[in-house]
Each structure stands twice: as C-alpha cells, then as structure tokens.
Write a protein that binds this ligand. Structure first.
Ligand code: GCU
Length: 599
C-alpha cells in the first residue's frame, strides 16, 4: 500500500503538477544549484517550437531540436543547431538585464542549462525548489518536463525523485519575461522588467515521509497560546511521531498527524519575550518528525487594530516606514543576504521600525533579515494598477502568488501586513477581485493585518474597498504630480473609516548632487522642501498610524526617460542608486526621531 501511495504521489508530481510548496527551505538538507549556468537567447523560441509551431514538449518523442533535450550531434553529418556547452555563461541567481549588456531591454525567451551529479539513496526523495523566476518558466530535467510556472516573485517546487540520475543530470529552464495584459503584474509597471532565474535554485533531499510545511505562531487574540499546524507529506501510519520543541519556553509538545497528514495544535506558553522592533527576539524551534529534525528561528508577537490604532503586543505603535524596491547596488534584482542588509540597514539608519516591500514579495533573505533586525514588514503581491480584474485566470494567478507568499513567510514575526494591491482603479470587478483576495488571505492566515495601497479622490480617503481592509493606506503626491506645496499646511484629508490610516507613498524626484532653488524641480532642494511641506500636512491626517515614503533608493524604470536627470531611473529615492544620501533623507530622519520620542 505504502509503495503504491508513494508511486502514485511520484507519478502525480512527475506529470508536472506543481507540488505543494515546501517551506523553511534554508534549514533543510539542501544542495545549491546556484553558480555558472549556460544560456541561449531564443527570441523566436526555436528550441520550443518546430518551424510549423508544433510545441516540442507535447510531442511523444521530442525532436532533437528541442533545447530541453540538450542534444549533441552524434557524428559529423548530424544537423544540430544549438549547443548549451558552447553557449555563453551567466551566474545564477541573477536577472539577465543587468548581467548581459545586449539584454538590458530584452523581453523574450532565454534558455538556461545547469549540469549536475546527484547520488540519491533508494529510500530518499528529491525536490527541485526555485526561489523565483520572472516571469514564466518551463522547467525540464533530463529531457522530461517538470512543469510550467507563472509569476515572477514567488517560489515553486517539483519532485524529481524518479528522474534524477547519479551523473550528468541536465536541468533546462526556458524563461520568458514577455509582458501580457492578463498577467500579474500587467503590461504597465513603474519598475524594470528584470527577466531570469532571479532567486536561488536548490535541491531538497527528504525522507519518503517528511514535514512539508508548518505554521507556528501565536493564536489570534491570545498572547499565551502558540498554535498552528504541522503538515506531513506522504504520512505512513506506522511512523507518526511529531514533537515541537522550544527549549527557552520549556515547550516539548508531542502529537500525531491525522489521516490527512495534518497535526493541528495549541500549546500554552508562559513568559514569552515578545518580538518587537525594540526586542527582535527569535526562539529556536525544532520540529521533530520520526527523528527528522527541522530547525527554525521564530518570533512571537501579536498584531491587531483597535479603532484607529495599531497594537503591537497590545501597545499602540506608529509604523515609521519606507518603501523599498528589490534592487541591488549594481542596478539589478537583489537576492542575497548582503543585498538585504544593504537596504535594511539604510532603513534602520533612517529611523524606521517598518518597511513596505513594494510591489511584490521580496526574496526570503529580506524577510528573515527583517525578523532579526526588528523591522515590521508590509508584503505585497503585484496586483498593480490595471490588472485584468474580470479575467478568472488573472485572479487565479494573483491568488496563487498570494498563497505562495503566505506559505513561505507565515512564520516570520516581522510580517505584520499582507497587501492585496497597489493603486488599482475602482470598479465592481476590482472590488470583487480584492475582496476575494482578502478572504483567501484570512483563510490561510487570520493573524495578520490586511491592506492595499489606494488612491484618493479630492482629499477624501474614501475608497469603498476600505471596508474590507484593516488598514486604510493611500498614496498621494502633493507637490509632484499636482497640488501646490505652498498650500500643504492648508490641505486636509478626511476619511469615513475609523481605522488606522497609512500614507503608503508620497515623495518626489531629485537627481543626487543637482542643487538649486527649492522651487526648481529635480533638485535636492526641491525634494527636501517637498518632504518638509508634505510632513506638515501628513501630521494632520486623521487616524494616521504609519507611513512609507516613496522610496528608499532610486530604481530603474523604463518609464523614466528625462536625459541627464532620470536616464532610466525613477529618482524618488532618498538615496541615489550610487548610495548618496540626498538632503530629504535627513528631513525624514529627523521627523522619525521626533515621532519615535512620542511613542
Ligand atoms: C505610484 C506607484 C509607484 C511609482 C510611483 C511614482 O504611486 O505606486 O510604483 O513608482 O507612484 O510615480 O514614482
């Protein structure tokens, strides 16, 4: 029976159905496939379709022209028109735009190939985990299709137990970053469409029955109960011993999974040192399943609203934040711990206790470093501007990205807000789309707050979707996209909601080192004055509980074209892409220092 179940499971996964996401990957028995890969630029998808557009991976026996076969000519006569091993190389993880000059603006298909050996013991299982690939990936191992994944900022994995071989495995991935109206995000974004295998590629070795996922957090509304679930993949009735130990809390809970492989638990806990920005306490937690130990570091805290206040561990807190895009010092996709520390240390220097990770789930290093450093996090899915709200596939894509983000990050105390969207135009379809995402979020995690960055109308923060949200967040650009900075102090905002209000974006561009009068756009003085005036106005917003100016660092955008000033960069950063702090940085830093003293 057991063999049959395992075979069925493996068959199911082998058919390329995306596997349930495995969580806490960094602490598992992993082998990295990061490093030097070969790549082939394939704008006409020559390696994917025949000349009559037959899709090679749908053929019974794929033609040797199919790049995922990694075929090599067997003799001097044979016609083969590609060769990964003779093709250029690139370091993975990375985006191709910042790594390969001629690919800076490229939107299309690139194939990647990595060869590796792997000795898998007979009773073990092996999974291929991909941290993120932007935007669409077709994944093959040893010529067999594992699956297709869409969504550029969330992880996915496939079981490869029956495909991997001891020597000369070839992992081939076709990446397509072409934008489409029905995608998430849609075709129009104010950020660079970095294509590629932009996050870690990892092999995970497991026993035939193992802990696939778990949630270990404080029970909603109860700061003295640790609750959640342990999810076993391929539970074998004869071996079903689970324990959860948290030595510092003198917890060693024992239990068994039910027939569906789930153990739901509630564990009383006393004398918890609650996680907060001032005390980012993380506990060593070990989940032990039949002797297999899975370790994690988990913080415990409560987050809730009370009227227009946000309560962290029962106390009112003001979220002193900054918005951040996921870019590294070289002007490409950030993905490493070093990249995360560079960005989050700047946020700390600014005086932040909170960061808005825009406009998509960032890499796992960002949220694990935020856990350690004591920064609360707003995590967002890229339902950005005008996605197709009436398209069912678009909704499913958005929901799948949200599920993956929550599955990966639900044990991170730093994450306090899940954001459903950014600046989406109001319509019945959009309201239904976001309300469904809100309900889906609550079904997966009822402990965190839910928001979205909204637009306003004539000084009113009155978006009807606000009734489904815990926090009313809005973006406003007084002094940049309209309005007169001179009138800032006489500009008032109203809202019908008695809920915490956030200014999720405000700001203006400045080219670092460009100086002039405060009324000269693009100068540091203009940006500085814009911050001074906006902050005078923001201080008077009713129910204000947080803000995250736009943005920490200048970032690449194909929409920002002013020569000599923007040159393909959005310059609203308080810091330039070369790491130069602008005058407005110090205005914000001073305001946060004062705000901190008030709490
Ligand atoms: C918008 C949007 C950002 C954008 C910013 C800007 O509000 O949310 O993604 O970069 O404003 O115009 O600079």
């Amino acid at each position: 029976m057991k063999r049959l179940l395992t075979t069925l499971l493996l068959t199911y996964s082998f058919l390329g159905f995306a596997q349930n996401l495995i969580s806490n990957v960094p602490n598992r028995n992993i082998t990295s496939l990061n490093g030097v890969w070969n790549y082939i630029i394939d704008p006409y998808q020559t390696g994917f379709y025949s000349f009559h557009l037959d899709q090679y991976d749908k053929q019974e026996k794929p033609a040797k022209g199919a790049f995922f076969t990694n075929y090599h000519a067997q003799n001097k006569q044979e016609l083969v028109e590609y060769d990964f091993d003779k093709s250029p190389t690139i370091t993975i993880p990375s985006d191709w735009n910042s790594q390969v000059t001629e690919l800076k603006y490229y939107e299309g298909n690139v194939w990647f190939k990595k060869s590796f050996d792997y000795n898998l013991a007979a009773n073990k299982r092996l999974f291929l985990y991909l941290g993120a690939i932007n935007y669409k990936a077709d994944v093959y191992l040893n010529g067999k299709k594992l699956g297709t994944h869409e969504g550029g900022f969330t992880p996915f994995n496939y079981e490869v137990t029956t495909i991997v071989q001891p020597k000369d495995n070839y992992l081939v991935i076709k990446v397509d970053n072409t934008r489409h109206k029905e995608d998430v995000p849609t075709v129009n974004t104010d950020w660079w469409n970095y294509g590629g295998i932009t996050r870690d590629v990892t092999l995970i070795e497991e026993e035939s029955s193992f802990v696939e996922d778990y949630n270990i957090q404080l029970k909603k509304g109860n700061a003295n109960i640790i609750s959640g679930f342990i999810k076993i993949n391929n539970l074998e009735a004869s071996k079903n011993q689970i324990s959860i130990s948290i030595p510092e809390l003198k917890i060693n809970y024992k239990g068994k999974a039910d027939n569906s492989g789930i153990l739901n638990f509630e564990i009383p806990a006393k004398k918890i040192s609650y996680w907060s920005p001032e005390n980012p306490k993380l506990y060593d937690v070990t989940v032990n399943f039949n002797g297999q130990k899975l370790n994690d570091k988990i913080g415990f805290r409560t987050i809730e609203t009370q009227g227009d206040k946000i309560l962290l561990n029962g106390k009112p807190v003001f979220l002193r934040g900054i918005s951040i895009h996921e870019e590294n010092a070289k002007g490409g996709r950030a993905n490493s711990e070093e990249d995360a520390l560079r960005l989050l240390n700047w946020a700390k220097e600014l005086g932040c206790n909170y960061v808005r990770l825009a406009h998509y789930p960032h890499n796992e290093n960002m949220v694990r470093e935020a856990d350690k450093m004591g920064l609360m996090v707003w995590e967002e899915i890229p339902v950005y501007w005008t996605v197709e709200f009436t398209n069912k596939n678009t909704y499913q894509n958005a929901q799948d990205q949200l599920t993956a983000a929550i599955t990966r990050d639900k044990n991170r105390a730093s994450i306090v807000i899940w954001s459903m969207a950014n600046e989406t135009p109001v319509s019945d379809a959009r309201n239904a789309f976001i309300t469904n995402l809100v309900n889906h979020t609550k079904s997966l995690d009822n402990t965190r707050l839910i928001s979205a960055a909204l637009l306003t109308h004539n000084g009113k923060i009155d978006d009807q979707i606000g009734k489904s949200l815990d926090i009313i967040a809005f973006n406003q650009y007084l002094g940049w996209y309209g309005g007169n900075l001179e009138n800032a102090e006489k500009t008032f905002w109203t809202t019908p909601y008695n809920k915490p209000v956030f200014v999720s974006e405000f700001g203006g561009d400045a080219k670092a080192g460009f100086h002039g009068e405060k009324n000269e756009r693009w100068t540091e003085e203009y940006q500085e004055y814009l911050y001074i005036q906006n902050l005078k106005m923001i201080e008077k917003i009713p129910h204000l509980s947080g803000l995250s100016p736009w943005i920490l660092v200048d970032f690449r955008s194909p929409k920002r074209l002013l020569p000599g000033i923007q040159d393909g960069y959005n310059r609203k950063g308080l810091i330039s892409n070369n790491g130069e702090k602008k005058k407005a940085f110090y205005i914000m830093q001073k305001w946060y220092a004062k705000k901190k003293s008030e709490y």
